[in-house]
Design a protein around this ligand. Structure first.
Ligand SMILES: [Zn+2]
Length: 216
């Protein structure tokens, strides 16, 4: 079974190679990308969830999206670089400082397993990498539980998925180089929520602090 799924991926790579690596094609995307380097305009911060692949969802070409994916598409607050291992923060730093991206899109989604873990009662009782990581969104959990009447788990999670996007946008601004790029060169910070049951996208409006459905 395992082998079968790997063969499928290898067949996919064969199609990819046929598409992008034609012999003697000096105008191919990879010829350009390998000789001139990458110049993506957008940093995408997505969830590791296999159903939410930003490149598949957007039909992006190679070189178009600089991507970081982690559990629940979280942005941690800026912390001292000397302590700990900051995978997401270093990707943000490279994208903003070196690649000078024009947009940072945080892509949240429905049915997020990380957020479900966050919303479990006693979620911090059993320490794990996930519970420690998800503590970034603790504020979102508190916000949802504070404002909710007795709601079903799915509704609470959906609200927390959206609230955690707001936390991540706020955390982006705690990186001095992000805020500087917003002020000086109009770097766009964008929060998008993907409803994977319906195939809808919602965009977060920082001014009104509401999500609006995108009609694409
Ligand atoms: Zn997720």
């Amino acid at each position: 079974m395992t082998h079968k799924s790997i063969y499928r991926l290898m067949a996919g790579f064969r199609r990819f190679r046929e598409k992008y690596f034609q012999e003697n094609d000096d105008h191919s995307i990879y010829h350009r990308l390998s000789s001139a380097g990458q110049t993506p305009k957008t940093l995408m911060i997505g969830c590791s969830d296999s159903r939410v692949d930003p490149a598949i969802m957007t039909g992006a070409e190679p070189g178009e999206l600089f991507m970081v994916r982690n559990v629940a598409n979280l942005v941690p607050p800026c912390e001292p670089s000397a302590v700990g291992f900051h995978g997401t923060s270093s990707a943000i730093e490279f994208a903003v400082q070196n690649l000078k991206v024009e947009n940072i899109i945080i892509l949240g989604h429905s049915q997020c397993g990380g957020i479900r873990a966050l919303m479990q009662p006693n979620q911090e009782a059993t320490p794990s990498f996930i519970s420690q990581w998800m503590s970034i969104a603790h504020e979102a959990r508190e916000q949802v539980l504070k404002n909710s009447e007795v709601l079903d788990e799915a509704t609470l999670c959906r609200q927390a998925e959206m609230e955690s996007l707001k936390v991540s946008i706020r955390n982006l601004r705690t990186f001095p180089f992000v805020q500087k790029a917003v002020d000086e060169r109009d770097l766009h910070l964008i929060g998008i929520y993907f409803d994977l049951e319906r195939g809808h996208l919602w965009e977060y409006d920082e001014k009104s602090q509401q999500f609006h459905q995108l009609h694409i």
